[in-house]
Design a protein around this ligand. Sequence first.
Ligand SMILES: Cc1cc2nc3c(=O)[nH]c(=O)nc-3n(C[C@H](O)[C@H](O)[C@H](O)COP(=O)(O)OP(=O)(O)OC[C@H]3O[C@@H](n4cnc5c(N)ncnc54)[C@H](O)[C@@H]3O)c2cc1C
Length: 419
Amino acid sequence: MKHYCVLGASAAGIHAVRAIRSLDQSAEITLISEDSAIYSRCILHHYLSGLKDEQDLSFVPGDFIPRHRVRWLKGARAVSLDCRARRVSLADGGGESYDALLIATGASTAFPPIPGLGAPGCAAGVYGLRVLEDARKIKAAALNAQNILILGGGLIGLDAASGLLGLGRRVTLIEGRNTLLPLQLDERAARPYQEAFAKLGGRQFYGVTVREIIRNSAGGLAGASLSNGESLPCDMIVCATGVKANTAFLAGSGIRLDEKGLACNERGETSCEAVYGAGDVSGKSPIWPQAVKEGIIAGTNMAGGSAAPGAFFASKSAISFWGVKTLSLGMHTPPDNSYTVVTEDRGDSYKKIIHKDGLIYGAVIQGDLSYAGILTQLIAEKIDVSRVKKPLFAIDYSDFFSLKQNFEFAYVRGGETAL
Ligand SMILES: Cc1cc2nc3c(=O)[nH]c(=O)nc-3n(C[C@H](O)[C@H](O)[C@H](O)COP(=O)(O)OP(=O)(O)OC[C@H]3O[C@@H](n4cnc5c(N)ncnc54)[C@H](O)[C@@H]3O)c2cc1C
């Protein structure tokens, strides 16, 4: 009987467990995680705002662990890996031997080196938002905070801002680039979120960075001075300017790391035999759907199956705040003018596709998401969009089908018939 060890009980680890169990009914599976609960980080803001309780944050059914016959060491931290002996050591002095190991330890908040911010994670009044415990601390501290600064306008910064605005706190967000969600949205698609944020009383600064955090004589937070010359009062800060892969416990193991995190190939294999990696720990594309996909791929390959990623986007985000829904795929702004950009803007709905040589490199759909289905078909069926004869956003499902001689419907591919 094989013994699989999975480090990490989040998007990648849990989906790997599911894949392993579906392929190997007799295996022993040990799940090891610092987390003591299985929950989605993506909805921590609903916990912050009070919309959800802790038990509402789970993304698996309550019987997931017994149903998959998993031995779960919760609240356990891996401190080292011996690839030769195939053994993981734990902080409590114990350890686990394995036949195959998945490293799905994700990432932690990276605190920026701003003067006055203090030592990462320990400075009074400064928080990251990554794990449930962070959210608990932020929620408790926010009750007494008058002026909260959020550093970073990405998904985590926006989560923190929306959660704290929902709690009725005074929030100011500072983003170094020119829009909210600069990795996912162009200026047009960011605008409805910025307007909704402002309507709720949130202050926002774009293209501005924090130069220094000012502390009072007791070491408490007093304010922040900005690159535009302004100073803001603050008594609480949430840092959401980036993450770092949780690879510290791999030091000395000999396993290959690269500049972003754990190095693994598209099958999830690492430089150590029988050791796989998946999710944010690689530092490549730190978003939930990618971690899920990589967990399934690595779990499948660990258990003797064969899986590799399909040709789809590594950066795929579904964004929903304040009633505005957006799907962002790949690039939202072309890097040069060799790409063709097609847009349709109807005020409450916005669509954009970026293509080149017939291939779609990016898309943004906001408001009416029904086009997402068509877009998925365009991408999955490798339709050459440069050959499409009707307006791209006027395509409907019937354009993808043609009747075969036996009266079955079949997809029409780009090379066969121009739409
Ligand atoms: C507040 C917030 C909002 C987000 N919003 C979105 C969003 O809207 N859309 C989106 O696509 N993505 C979002 N993300 C990102 C998404 O949550 C991550 O991409 C995803 O959680 C990565 O999953 P993972 O399994 O790789 O790692 P993680 O979720 O980081 O989980 C790592 C696991 O490893 C465990 N672990 C870590 N170190 C050790 C150790 N040494 N020993 C044992 N166990 C260990 C942890 O306890 C945890 O169980 C958000 C993230 C945060 C924090």
